[in-house]
Design a protein around this ligand. Structure first.
Ligand SMILES: Cc1cc2nc3c(=O)[nH]c(=O)nc-3n(C[C@H](O)[C@H](O)[C@H](O)COP(=O)(O)O)c2cc1C
Length: 170
């Protein structure tokens, strides 16, 4: 048995989550459309990676039941959620539910769902998936992207949604 990474006990795992939760981020929903339906999941672990070539990175849980379908399709859209879209974030985090029921969306240039009201979208094609502990590190090439009117972002911090306060009002 490989003991290089012994399983974290409950306390260590809670401590990892609460400490790392101090690093705030925006929230995205990753979407895709295939012959067998619509796919989507909420993803906070998203970042710009490379400008030339244009690439992004996502960290996806190996427990995700949606990712294998998106991985087979190769293409997906990142929807950057705006401040008012907390309910969408919650909806797309519930495994085994009809996540798209009642959700308004349009087609991206590559035929994937663009969620209405998202502040930006980035359409991607998977380049490489690397192992990353209990997650996968997904590097994807950016194919198309656009941003809407300057919406305030939805922010996730210490396990809660929050919003940005304008420290330099015009
Ligand atoms: C605010 C928030 C951020 C999340 N960030 C991630 C993430 O970065 N990576 C990930 O794999 N899951 C993340 N999740 C959990 C997934 O959304 C959730 O496990 C997934 O939707 C489960 O559904 P599935 O089984 O259909 O994949 C996040 C959930 C929430 C509420």
């Amino acid at each position: 048995m490989n003991n290089a990474h012994p399983a974290l006990d409950e306390h260590a795992s809670a401590s990892f989550r609460s400490t790392l939760g101090n690093f705030c981020s925006g929230v995205t929903v990753v979407t895709a459309l295939g012959d067998d339906g619509l796919f989507g999941f909420t993803c906070q672990a998203f970042s710009s990676l490379s400008l030339d070539p244009p690439q992004i990175v996502l960290c996806v849980s190996r427990a995700s039941t949606t990712w294998p379908a998106i991985s087979r399709l190769r293409r997906f859209c990142i929807n950057v959620l705006s401040e008012s879209q907390q309910q969408l974030s919650d909806r797309f985090s519930r495994s085994g539910t009809d996540k798209f029921a009642g959700v308004r969306w349009n087609y991206s240039p590559g035929g994937n769902p663009l969620l209405a009201g998202a502040s930006a979208w980035i359409e991607c094609e998977i380049n490489t998936e690397y192992p990353g502990g209990d997650h996968l590190i997904v590097v994807a090439d950016v194919r198309w992207l656009d941003a809407g009117p300057a919406e305030r972002p939805l922010v996730y911090h210490r396990g809660r949604y929050t919003a940005l306060r304008d420290s330099n009002p015009a």
